[in-house]
Design a protein around this ligand. Structure first.
Ligand code: NAD
Length: 489
């Protein structure tokens, strides 16, 4: 993307400039990549009005087969422009080419294809009612779109997480207003171009660019928005819930996590060590599902800690396009400072640093980037802040446990409830323990293996509701039950 490029909001089929700009920064070297034109209240009002018009007319009235065919065209065009999406995602996030090529961009296109196919088989419920007095009726439900859906997405998997919500929302016949993270707007801008190119009716997809603190509240409190779907921090979720409460909108929230990995004495140790290294350090620890607390059976504790230390020290940190790079930088200077402040807190709380704890030293342009070391610590109490608060960086704390019930209790002793992973070769234990962990998603002997048809979401501070498969179709539509009396004569 050229450095002087200006990313603009997209409203009613047009790209809209503004009088306020902020810089889009490359986290690898701190350089400006592009400028972002920040939307104002008038632009948001126009987006809501055009979304409503499209939903009530061209988009909402379109036969489902035509709508789904258009969403397939979106996926096709994204695939044709794949290299541009890859370059944009790498420039905004500093992620490795391997990750962007194998996860972020292909899963973005898969979201459109999956939900476009799935919605065609969505049907309502039917019941024959027979009352004691002999009256009969048939009840059936018709699924209708909600109207205008605001999609607010984070920076850690920008295209993947935005399309995870846009695709089912549009497949169900809603219009969408996307507000991507201010840190990573480039792939959202490309997506708006794709929507335009393939002929999505004006207003069915709108893009609002800007900082959450400036544009968020006007969007989420807007009376013309019928539902909000949000992925981001639990603290932001709380603000959005308050802001949406006056207009009583449905919300779907995918929020933060403080996820455990539990390694039993009967685990395949090599697989468990490699798996926990992946679950702790993938995307620099910036995945809501990443492990930050590891519980290891006391009998294998020393061996496990040594193994994870070796894995962490073997991680190649560097440029996204370098071969074998596993970790790039954190997304921004502010986030680097936040994660480093947790490394400091861990020190103050008395942690033992097995490895890491600082920033890597470079003698080229990367010294201006936001790199950080993968870090393994031990020695803290479960109630230390380091073990209770989401850090969202490449750090995990390992502690020993003695007994199954004890470790379940300790893993559940958190305000969060998103995901967990269990490492064991004992199949009964795998079933028993997984069902007792208070989270939305448990992996056994794996991590981050996702099927788009399965329910996804968290409990407690980690979210409200579930998306994925029929759960997404359920959130993005509203059933109307129709009851017809059947006369016997
Ligand atoms: P964030 O909450 O800071 O920002 C997310 C989005 O909300 C951005 O688009 C931001 O501009 C917007 N926003 C900020 N303030 C707002 C406001 N007052 N009103 C409306 N919108 C507002 O989160 P982030 O830092 O971008 O992402 C990291 C967080 O997201 C972590 O906590 C992580 O665990 C969580 N996350 C959760 C999941 C999940 O599926 N559960 C997935 C990815 C990330």
């Amino acid at each position: 993307m050229p450095k002087n490029k200006i990313l603009k909001s997209y409203v009613n089929g047009k790209f809209i400039d503004s009088r306020h700009y902020f810089n889009n920064i490359n986290p690898v070297n701190g350089e400006v990549i592009s400028k972002i034109a920040e939307a104002d209240k008038d632009i948001i009002d126009a987006a809501v009005a055009s979304a409503k018009h499209a939903q009530e007319n061209a988009w909402g009235q379109m036969p489902v087969n035509d709508r789904c065919a258009l969403l397939h065209k979106v996926a096709d065009r994204m695939a044709e422009r794949e290299q541009e999406f890859i370059d944009a995602e790498i420039a905004d996030t500093g992620k490795s080419l391997f990750q962007v090529q194998t996860i972020d961009i292909p899963r973005g296109t898969a979201n459109f294809r999956t939900f476009a196919d799935m919605v065609k088989f969505d049907s309502g419920e039917t019941f024959i009612t027979e009352l004691a007095n002999g009256e009969k009726a048939i009840n059936y439900s018709v699924n209708k779109p909600l109207g205008v859906v605001a999609v607010i997405s984070p920076w850690n998997l920008p295209l993947l997480l935005a399309t995870w919500k846009i695709a089912p929302a549009m497949a169900c016949g809603n219009s969408v207003i996307l507000k991507p993270s201010e840190e990573t707007s480039s792939t959202a801008f490309l997506l708006a171009e794709v929507m335009d190119e393939v002929g999505i009716p004006n207003g069915a997809f709108n893009l609002i660019l800007g900082r959450g603190s400036n544009v968020g509240d006007h969007l989420t409190s807007h009376s013309g928005i019928n539902a909000i779907t949000f992925t981001g921090a639990s603290s932001t979720g709380k603000q959005i819930m308050k802001s949406a409460s006056d207009t009583v909108k449905p919300v779907s929230f995918e929020l933060g996590g403080k996820n455990s990995a539990i390694v039993f004495e009967d685990a395949d140790l090599d697989k468990a060590i490699a798996g926990v290294a992946r679950s702790s350090f993938t995307n620099c620890g910036q995945v809501c599902l990443c492990t930050e607390k590891v519980y290891v059976h006391r009998s294998i504790f020393v061996e496990f800690v040594e193994g994870l230390k070796a894995q962490a020290e073997n991680i190649k940190i560097g440029y996204p396009l370098e071969e074998d790079v596993f970790m790039g930088p954190l997304v921004s200077k502010a986030h680097q400072q936040k994660v480093l402040s947790y490394y400091e807190l861990a020190r103050e709380e008395g942690a033992n640093f097995v490895t890491g704890g600082g920033t890597p030293k470079f003698s080229d342009q990367r010294q201006h980037g936001y790199f950080i070391e993968p870090t393994v610590i031990t020695g803290l109490d479960d109630h230390a802040r380091t073990n209770q608060e989401e850090i969202f960086g490449p750090i995990c704390h390992i502690s020993a446990f003695d007994d199954e019930n004890e470790v379940i209790k300790r893993a559940n002793d958190t305000e969060y409830g998103l995901a967990a992973s269990v490492w064991t070769e004992n199949i009964s234990r795998a079933h028993r323990v997984s069902a007792k962990i208070d989270v939305g998603l448990v992996w056994v002997n794996t991590w981050f293996l996702r099927d788009l048809r399965t329910p996804f979401g968290g409990v407690k501070l980690s979210g409200v509701g579930r998306e994925g498969g029929k759960h997404s179709l359920g959130f993005y539509s509203e059933p109307t039950n129709i009851c017809i009396k059947i006369d016997e004569h």
